[in-house]
Design a protein around this ligand. Sequence first.
Ligand code: ACO
Length: 329
Amino acid sequence: MSARSAIRRAVALGVGSALPSRILTNEELAKTVDTTHDWIVERTGIHQRHIAAEGQMTSDLATDAARAALTMAGMDVGDIDLIVLATATPDQTFPATATRVQHNLGMSHGCAFDVQAVCSGFVYALTVAAQFIETGKARGALVIGAETFSRILDWSDRSTCVLFGDGAGAVVLRGEDGTGTTADRGVLSTELRSDGQHNASLYVDGGPSTTGVAGHLRMNGREVFKHAVRNLAEIGEAALAGAGLTADDVTWVIPHQANARIITSTAQKIGIPMEQVIVTVQDHANTSAASIPLAMDVAVRDGRIKPGDLLLLEAMGGGFTWGGATIRW
Ligand code: ACO
């Protein structure tokens, strides 16, 4: 029997997260917009969200999450030569928020840049970072999803302002040699998709080259919902197939946390029981690119995710963009 040749894997060694201390409950929101706790819970599963303080930037949350992930990994910035940060709410139009995080971490080597794929951003960033590591372009990477969506919400629009929150999550990847089988630790497969014809279903009505101001999030919720379950199930199955795995191999699904109904329907479609799905949408609401690493951090730290577990990630967001990944923890 011939041995498989060693291949480079991007192995996840640490995860961290950061949430603003201010919690905004549904009850509090119901005092300022025409909504109720019951409506929000029934339609979305959301009970509360965290809101960034005045002056607290996406880069601040990202930096805290990155530090926590480095600590868990037992690594420091000397081991990192790549930062890929996914956000739709950067500190500034330019430069990239990733470069501010790089500076905050006391790092002036390697490279740092942002990826913009809205709620799919973390899976996009993970894909890019894994490619850098697998090809030998980077040795260690920080993959971060960080958002301050509270800054782009129209707080008078009840159909959107109840859905989102602020936060950040980060994962540390390091290149290690694997055997080329699905028993290897690390990122085993990634799949990305986009279809720009759906711009009008979910977008921000501003930007540097249109209005010159940041603008507010606009969404046709029903239209997004219609595509979400189909796209998420398709990409989850594609990520599994890409690694030569099936739903039976999955230990935990870590879905983008937008809506409990979308999470449940997608798991059902892929054929994975809810007992194996990490759900944090009740506590964080939709934190866009931050939602998957935030959920991952919760489940690693509470002991649900253990070394050797097979994780399936799936996300969808504005664009539309969608993506999936499998990781052996
Ligand atoms: N409180 C009370 N009533 C509300 C609220 C609110 N916060 N928001 C909307 N309504 C009302 C509407 O005005 C409407 O009233 P009407 O029938 O008198 O016109 C009624 O509730 C139903 O509105 P719908 O939009 O049809 O409600 P739906 O059941 O579709 O739920 C929701 C809305 C929760 C936004 C849902 O469509 C959804 O979750 N869509 C997916 C959106 C999403 O997750 N986006 C995140 C970004 S993309 C992603 O991450 C996948």
